[in-house]
Design a protein around this ligand. Structure first.
Ligand code: ATP
Length: 236
């Protein structure tokens, strides 16, 4: 098995007294990609928040490159290489696209030039203010801005939520290039299970805060009974 870049070891976490994740173990190798699936409320976002340290753990450990980061503050985890793309996007409305990118920049493979090559639409809109972008463009900018921090792992929380199919296509093409050609490791939380499975190597399905099923994404994509059982999906 390849060495884990990001690892959850029997993690329990939640909000105050409420336990949401219980005994979750998973492992993301360097250059790996993992789809995190499950019905509403099973704890997918909580898992990403736990990885970032916004939600604390009461048992188990979170490790990044074999270092225990369970008690490390979120901003330090970001510095260590975890990149968080929140569902709310959190674009600065009164900064231009290019300024939004600039505030996040840290040295590495990703800079404004390589980002514009990945997202030509952002180059076209580079002078637009954050509040002069469509929802899909904001989502691209949110992803691109996190990429500007040159993370070793990107945590994506429902990036395709509410977007038109044409924009989803553009975004998936960029994510594919980023992961398959450039080797950025990702955990992708997604309601669009088929899209997520096509973009990733491995998949984990959560149910009631526990790992209910894990499989290579390509296998799960063909496994109608499992998709129906845990996600209520019927294959077309
Ligand atoms: N800030 C919070 N305080 C208390 N409970 C919370 C908080 N955020 C989420 N929860 C609860 O934790 C559980 C898991 O929520 P979470 O958002 O992680 O699920 P999810 O799988 O991401 O769901 P969705 O697909 O709807 O986004 C839910 O029961 C939710 O009500």
């Amino acid at each position: 098995m390849p060495d884990a870049l990001l690892e959850f070891h029997e993690v329990r976490s939640g909000y105050g007294e409420a336990v949401v994740l219980d005994g979750v173990s998973l492992s993301l190798p360097a250059n790996g990609s993992l789809a995190l699936l499950g019905r509403n409320g099973v704890g997918k976002t909580t898992l990403l928040l736990t990885a970032m340290g916004f939600v604390g753990i009461s048992r188990g450990a979170v490790r990044l490159a074999a270092n225990d980061i369970s008690r490390v503050a979120p901003h330090k985890r970001a510095r260590l290489g975890l990149g968080w793309v929140p569902q709310e996007r959190e674009i600065f409305p009164s900064l231009s696209v290019e300024e939004n990118l600039g505030v996040a920049a840290r040295p590495g493979r990703w800079d404004v030039t390589s980002i514009y090559a990945l997202f030509p639409r952002l180059r076209e809109r580079r002078a637009n203010m954050g509040n002069q972008l469509s929802g899909g463009e904001q989502q691209m900018l949110a992803l691109a801005r996190t990429l500007m921090t040159n993370p070793s792992v990107l945590l994506l929380d429902e990036p395709f939520e509410g977007l038109a199919p044409i924009i989803i296509e553009e975004l998936t093409a960029a994510v594919k290039k980023m992961t398959q050609d450039e080797g950025v490791a990702i955990i992708l939380v997604e309601q669009h299970a088929e899209v997520a499975l096509r973009l990733t190597q491995e998949a984990v399905i959560l149910e009631r805060g526990m790992v209910a099923h894990r499989a290579p994404s390509a296998d799960l994509l063909r496994d109608g009974p499992t998709l129906e059982r845990y996600l209520g999906l019927k294959l077309g």
